[in-house]
Design a protein around this ligand. Structure first.
Ligand SMILES: [Mn+2]
Length: 392
């Protein structure tokens, strides 16, 4: 009679493993279980061994005094047990590691669910009175959706809900205040998602971040915001150009967000995307050139303007007015560098505890800038989150 530890059942990963486990439990031996299930005894042995292995990976193997379970997506890398003089286990050190395959599977699953649920949007009616020579550029940078800030600690509150309200509210205001233009460029200039995976850390330096909500709530909010702002822009412009730039907080998320939006809008002929896997982007509007970089790779300065000229030399040569746009620093700075004027944009996000403690105070704002195809920049509108609070 084989005595089976009933605790092991929860580590059976498939229906077949659960079925075999139950058969062994009730029949009392592998051989009898195999007979009942009409399969080879070795299949039962294999399944039972696999269940034990899965349990051990999660930290459960009582015959080795392993009873501390690691939460998903961690697996146990090893344990050190300290025994007392009588040979009884007294303390245990459980070393866990992130299960890379499991983490990958969780992300892939999320993407699969997200893409299968993407409803292709129906084209919206086109506005009539617009000026062909005008383009409205609306910049949202460093939105940090998924960041958490508390008023008591950082001076202002910021969380998933506030981010959604403020960004969409800003966009509504900026679109309605802008001139009637044929084209709108929505420049999401990076760091829209506060963190880039399952753990709230910066992707390269692994700095620990304050997070609002769970990773999938952040993903949902970012998608909702982007879809909402595209739809708002479509109501007032004939053509909407969307840039989803990468920032230093969302280097891995920007590509899927861009692809997801491309899929959602593939049947809307009035939406087009600026697609580049390299974090420098440009768009030509007649004799006006627009250029973007989050500024995590190359800093604001003359070298950035020179890079724009080298990377996009044809566009540079065909244009007479050129404007670069950056983010990252959360405060406004604007300067002309030879043939290109570059604006570093501010952010709508509230500063987090890290910025508050460091004294990085800045005025929160977002801008829409109107460009003429011949004359370049001809107008601008500004939005501050305080305007939204007044309207409420
Ligand atoms: Mn940044």
């Amino acid at each position: 009679m084989t005595k089976v530890d009933p605790e092991l059942f929860k580590y059976a990963a498939t229906d077949r493993q659960r079925q075999i486990f139950k058969a062994v439990e009730s029949e009392g031996s592998h051989r009898k279980a195999a007979k009942r299930l009409e399969c080879l005894s070795s299949s039962v042995d294999q399944a039972m061994a696999l269940i034990k292995k899965q349990a051990a990976l999660k930290g459960y193997s009582p015959q080795h005094d392993m009873t501390h379970i690691a939460p998903d997506p961690f697996v146990v890398k090893g344990t050190s047990t300290y025994y007392d003089e009588g040979g009884k286990p007294r303390a245990q050190w459980v070393k866990t590691t992130l299960d890379q395959a499991r983490q990958q599977a969780m992300l892939e699953h999320a993407l699969e669910v997200a893409s299968s649920g993407v409803t292709r949007v129906k084209p919206l009616p086109m506005p009539k009175e617009v000026c062909d020579d005008l383009l409205n550029l609306i910049t949202i940078t460093d939105a940090h959706v998924g960041a958490l800030a508390r008023k008591a600690e950082a001076g202002e509150d910021w969380n998933l809900e506030i981010a959604r309200d403020v960004i969409i509210g800003a966009f509504k205001h900026l679109v309605s205040a802008a001139r009637p233009a044929s084209t709108c460029v929505i420049a999401q200039l990076g760091d829209m998602l506060h963190y880039d995976g399952l753990t709230a850390v910066t992707p390269t330096s692994k700095h620990i971040l304050d997070a609002s909500g769970r990773p999938f709530e952040m993903i949902d909010a970012a998608i909702d915001i982007m879809r909402a702002v595209i739809d708002i822009a479509l109501q007032r412009h004939r053509k909407v150009v969307v840039l989803v730039a990468e920032g230093n907080h969302d280097m891995g998320s920007a590509p899927w967000l861009r692809r997801l939006l491309q899929t959602a809008y593939e049947r809307e002929p009035r939406v087009e995307f600026i697609v580049s896997e390299n974090p420098y982007y440009a768009y030509q509007f007649g004799k006006t050139m627009l250029f973007w970089h989050h500024s995590h790779c190359k800093r604001l300065g003359p070298e950035l303007a020179l890079l724009a000229a080298t990377r996009f030399s044809k566009m540079w040569g065909e244009t007479a007015r050129r404007y670069g746009h950056t983010g990252d620093k959360h405060h406004v700075e604007e300067k002309e560098y030879g043939g290109m004027s570059i604006r570093q944009h501010g952010t709508l996000a509230a500063k987090d505890a890290w910025a508050a403690r460091g004294g990085y105070d800045s005025l929160r704002s977002a801008q829409s800038i109107t460009y003429h195809s011949e004359h370049g920049r001809v107008g601008a509108n500004e939005f501050h989150p305080s305007m939204l609070l007044e309207a409420a």
